[in-house]
Design a protein. Structure first.
Length: 156
């Protein structure tokens, strides 16, 4: 595998460029700078400077990204947690973003997944399996399947 060479930009300028394109966690930004060949000292100084200037704040970024995914996706809370952990956010930080009552939202998201995947008369076992692999909890799965079957029974 070929080593990536460092560009003429400083780590700080490179970090600002990366943040201008997409919001990153501190850990992910550190990884990206290291991948581009910047020394650990220079990387840490750049991250510290960005935090001082409030360009980099994991708490705010995690909260914004969680809220966006929670409101605008059909993913379960478990899937959202996994996605944010892949993006370099700490699990305790992610857990602090989760609302105390997620049942209604989880049920709506699960029902949306069922509508996309299944037709009337689909096997309940297959629907359960589909939702289980997407990280929905059993109570939300049961409620979504009941609602899906009820919708399809009234249409017939």
């Amino acid at each position: 595998m070929r080593q990536k060479t460092k560009s003429n930009k400083t780590a700080l300028v490179q970090a600002v460029d990366l943040l201008a394109r997409q919001e990153h966690s501190t850990q992910k930004l550190r990884e990206k700078l290291r991948q581009r060949g910047y020394e650990e000292e220079e990387t840490e100084a750049a991250i510290q400077r960005l935090e001082e200037k409030h360009y980099l704040n994991d708490e705010d970024a995690c909260g914004r990204q969680f809220q966006y995914l929670y409101e605008n996706s059909r993913s379960s809370v478990k899937q959202i947690q996994a996605k944010l952990m892949q993006r370099g956010f700490d699990s305790s930080l992610i857990r602090s973003c989760i609302p105390s009552d997620t049942f209604q939202r989880e049920t709506r998201a699960a029902l949306y997944c069922l509508r996309l995947k299944f037709r009337a008369g689909a096997e309940e076992r297959k629907m359960m399996q589909h939702l289980y692999t997407r990280g929905f909890d059993s109570s939300a799965m049961r409620a979504a399947i009941d609602a899906f079957q009820q919708e399809n029974n009234t249409e017939e």
